[in-house]
Write a protein that binds this ligand. Structure first.
Ligand code: ZN
Ligand code: ZN
Length: 342
């Protein structure tokens, strides 16, 4: 094989994602080389262009959701074989801090993330720690697998672990985008009833197709819809996939006393929380950060057994990253974009 590969990089902050050629990485000790067959495009890939999160030396290959085949094993890797189909957990964690030892690897302070502080999956090849790999059963196509590590596993972590969502609960999901539509399915499969909002009719319809009660907040007030949905009691859990001041205020206003607001998105730098209502209602505001490898394993099983269906929107060849980004920014797409390797 040649020693360079196709890759999508951030070459400088404030620019755009660029298709270029980079050296094929070598797997270090404990790592494997994965030939990437599909990678999920996330709006975070674009947010990284701002430089708000330092990525280390540029150019950086982005892409934190990938699926492919193991093609080479680094020294000391015994648990994988070449040819195995895999996806990978995003966080590369230290393995020995109190959070890692307790299983809360998403809180490791020494983590480096695939597609952030280390090179990612929008490329022909990526080197990742063997400890991050998750096996893919044959029933799950590469493109479906390529949206699991973030768009699906993050919602799973938020709802199941941070929100303790379960049978009979009433959940409000604010925003039916790439994450929200999977949140609808996970909450439904956990036995909860789901109200889901969007300002776009096709997204409301999609949420309803997956078992939610949809509300188009462009023409119906949320408060009235929640009152109908819960007999005036308020929802048990709000999942805020929007993350601005208005969404947090609105989420708290429709939450029942003792309910949980899950903060998944962070568009605005600060939120306002009315102090006396918070005191009187014992509402909980809970941060939700990413997912663990175990969450990804659980999600692979939910997809294999048909409890969750990855919602794919459109695909573009890796080289057409400009077109893919334009489509993502247009906001007219329901479902996730993935990049193919022709
Ligand atoms: Zn993402
Ligand atoms: Zn750690």
């Amino acid at each position: 094989m040649s020693d360079t590969m196709r890759a999508v990089v951030i070459a400088n902050y404030g620019g755009s994602l660029q298709a270029t050629r980079r050296p094929i990485p070598r797997p270090g000790p404990g790592e494997v080389l994965v030939r990437v067959r599909a990678s999920g495009l996330c709006s975070t890939d674009l947010h990284l262009l701002s430089g708000r999160q330092p990525l280390g030396d540029l150019p950086r290959i982005v892409g934190h959701e990938l699926a492919g085949d193991v093609v080479e094993l680094g020294d000391g890797v015994t648990q994988w074989r070449t040819g195995e189909r895999v996806t990978a957990a995003i966080d590369v964690t230290c393995g020995h801090c109190r959070h890692c030892l307790g299983g809360a690897t998403q809180l490791c302070r020494a983590m480096q993330r695939i597609g952030f502080e280390r090179d990612g999956g929008h490329a022909d090849y990526v080197a990742v720690p063997a400890a991050n790999l998750v096996a893919l059963p044959d029933e799950i196509a590469y493109e479906a697998a390529a949206i699991l590590p973030d768009a699906v596993a993050c919602m799973y972590h938020s709802l199941i672990h941070q929100g303790s969502v379960g049978l009979g609960q009433r959940i409000l999901i604010l925003g039916v985008g790439g994450l929200g539509i999977h949140g609808v399915q996970i909450a439904r499969s956990a036995g909860a009833a789901v109200l889901a909002t969007s300002r776009q009719p096709q997204r409301v319809a999609l949420a309803e197709r997956y078992g939610a009660v949809g509300v188009n907040t462009a023409d119906a007030p949320l408060e009235a819809a929640v009152a109908r949905f819960t007999n005036g009691e308020g929802v048990d859990v709000v999942v805020d996939n929007i993350g601005n001041r208005a969404s947090v205020r609105q989420g708290l206003s429709v939450l029942r006393p003792g309910g949980k607001l899950l903060v998944v998105a962070y568009l605005d730098e600060t939120f306002e929380v009315p102090s006396i209502p918070l005191f009187k209602t014992e509402q909980q505001i809970i941060g939700c950060r990413g997912s663990t490898r175990q969450d990804l394993i659980d999600v692979v099983r939910l997809v294999r057994t048909g409890q969750v269906t990855p919602v794919l929107g459109a695909s573009y060849p890796l080289e057409q990253i400009g077109e893919a980004v334009a489509r993502l920014e247009s906001g007219d797409l329901v479902g996730r974009i993935w990049l193919t390797r022709a």
